[in-house]
Design a protein around this ligand. Structure first.
Ligand SMILES: Cc1cc2nc3c(=O)[nH]c(=O)nc-3n(C[C@H](O)[C@H](O)[C@H](O)COP(=O)(O)OP(=O)(O)OC[C@H]3O[C@@H](n4cnc5c(N)ncnc54)[C@H](O)[C@@H]3O)c2cc1C
Ligand code: SF4
Length: 483
């Protein structure tokens, strides 16, 4: 099959004039679909049904992986999809962007025995893509409408997973987001080459079609007060994510051309949607032809370096203060970036940026790993005098994110936060210190993963539904007693 695809591509290159573009696209689609199906079935059949599903335990949603792999291997795709969607609100998204090497695939028994993991994520993506293509994805049609309204602040995966679960139970759901499109970081953070935006938008359409009401371009605390939301709704879910960028401290950071990771990624994603982005068009947030230096070792940094490569940067360097073994980002992503030509400068920090008005050079200081600190992790320390200069026309700060100060921004003193600024919420029920107010996703955990946000959103929805059911039952009992 792979050979047939290669032959197809070769013929296509050698004789482009022989066939019309549409026919070629159709052929390609057909052959690719056949290839993907064969691949998914092959991979699914590799599952040994070991009886100790470590993969399932290590999936934050405890997806019933062995069962849907078995059904896929038998060609029973619709049933496989039914099993997979029972525990995951957005399987097509997790299949694409979960760091599977750290989750399900990392604990696959076949991987552990040295034979290479079953590609669980790819199969999950495939069966859900097939489900959409074949119309197996059911629209949201609640059995009965409920009068209670729930406000969800934040249209990221946590808020949307809750919106989906609550709407299916018939509650009226209003989702507020300060962006013009829903999806949170799935839409504007994660690059399109990892998560195609039409895939995310399809889910938004499904939610809208199912009766979820979206109030976009609406920032709580600016366009609408939290107190007003409390008056208008029976429950509130805070799912605002974490957006305060950690700042780099070095001379020259104020120069033009030293930019924040999320500004850079949002601009790139907006261009992917076809939006006009002045800061991209004037070159401020466009890496084309530039010597790019990304600072940070997490997944956001990996997304920046790989986006810069795709924009046609002249060179891309990634500076990280620890070594490869101690970086927080996925090793798979580092490998991908290296294959694409990114240079990783381990054990290094930017000491200063130079330029007249725009940055044109960075001074790189060398580091070494010192003795372990209280956490047991070796702390990086500077090697005195070890410095070198490198050309740099675009520096991207990707040092991570912290929560915004919600109680101050929203004027709600009673909302308790941790010392890191994340909202305090019960581990299981997601209840906060305010009655009827819940919180889920990154705003509770700190910067995390889409799959954890989905789990939190689903759990919050269960708790909100239980509270509203109990209130409705009390009301009913009171009404009977009054008769
Ligand atoms: C660059 C980048 C790449 C990533 N890549 C991956 C990946 O490959 N795989 C993975 O699993 N995870 C990845 N993550 C992490 C993942 O995206 C997050 O953990 C996840 O999106 C958190 O979901 P959430 O719903 O809690 O918050 P978010 O997705 O951040 O959504 C929060 C929403 O709330 C809105 N909001 C905030 N404040 C307000 C307000 N006051 N009023 C109205 N709306 C508001 C925001 O506009 C946003 O839409 C990545 C993160 C980044 C930054
Ligand atoms: S949701 Fe993520 S961790 Fe769970 S099975 Fe899918 S890809 Fe693996």
């Amino acid at each position: 099959m792979a050979q047939r695809m290669l032959q197809f591509v070769k013929r296509d290159r050698e004789m482009p004039e022989k066939r019309s573009v549409d026919v070629r696209r159709e052929d390609f689609h057909e052959i690719y679909a056949e290839f993907a199906e064969r691949k998914a079935e092959e991979q699914a059949a590799r599952c040994s049904q070991c009886g100790i599903p470590f993969c399932q335990t290590h999936c934050p949603l405890h997806n019933n992986i062995p069962d849907w792999l078995k059904l896929t291997a038998e060609g029973r795709l619709e049933e496989a999809y039914e099993v997979s969607q029972a525990t995951n609100t957005f399987p097509e998204i997790c299949g694409r962007i979960c760091p599977q090497d750290r989750l399900c695939e990392g604990s696959c028994v076949i991987e552990q025995s040295g034979h290479g993991t079953v590609t669980i994520g790819a199969v999950e993506k495939y069966i859900t893509d097939m489900a959409f293509e074949n119309g197996w994805v059911k629209p949201i049609r609640p059995k009965a409408e409920r009068p209670e309204r729930v406000a969800i602040i934040g249209a990221g995966p946590a808020g949307l997973a809750a919106a989906d679960a609550l709407r299916r139970r018939g509650f009226q759901v209003d989702v507020y987001d300060r962006h013009d499109r829903a999806g949170g970081l799935m839409t504007y953070g994660i690059p399109g080459f990892k998560l195609e935006k039409p895939v995310v938008m399809k889910r938004m359409e499904q939610l809208r079609d199912g009766g979820v009401s979206f109030r976009l371009d609406c920032e709580i605390g600016r366009d609408h007060s939290f107190a007003a939301l409390q008056k208008q709704h029976d429950a509130i879910l805070i799912a605002t994510g974490v957006y305060k960028a950690r700042e780099l401290q070095a001379p020259g950071v104020g120069l033009n051309g030293v930019v924040r990771a999320l500004d850079y990624l949002i601009a790139s994603n907006r261009k992917g949607f076809g939006d006009s982005v002045p800061a991209f068009e004037d070159g401020t947030l466009n890496a084309e032809g530039k010597n790019v230096v990304v600072i940070g070792g997490g997944d956001t940094a990996m997304d920046c370096v790989r986006t810069a490569v795709r924009q046609g940067a002249a060179s891309v360097k990634c500076l990280y203060r620890r070594d490869r073994a101690n970086m927080p980002g996925s090793q798979r992503e580092v490998q991908n970036a290296e294959e694409e030509g990114v240079e990783f400068v381990w054990l290094s920090i930017p000491k200063a940026f130079f330029g007249e008005n725009r940055v044109n050079k960075v001074r790189i200081g060398k580091m070494r790993l010192g003795p372990p600190d209280v956490t047991g992790r070796q702390a990086p320390e500077e090697i005195p005098g070890a410095e070198e200069d490198a050309p740099c026309d675009l520096a991207i700060e990707a040092l991570g994110f912290e929560p915004e100060e919600l109680p101050r921004l929203w004027g709600v003193e009673g909302l308790e936060v941790t010392r890191w600024g994340t909202v305090k919420a019960d581990f299981r029920t997601k209840r906060t210190s305010l009655p009827g107010v819940y919180a889920a996703g990154d705003i509770v955990r700190g910067a995390s993963l889409v799959v954890w946000a989905i789990r939190d959103g689903r759990e919050a929805a269960d708790a909100i539904a239980a509270e509203l059911d109990a209130k409705a039952a009390d009301k009913g009992a009171a009404a009977v007693a009054a008769e």
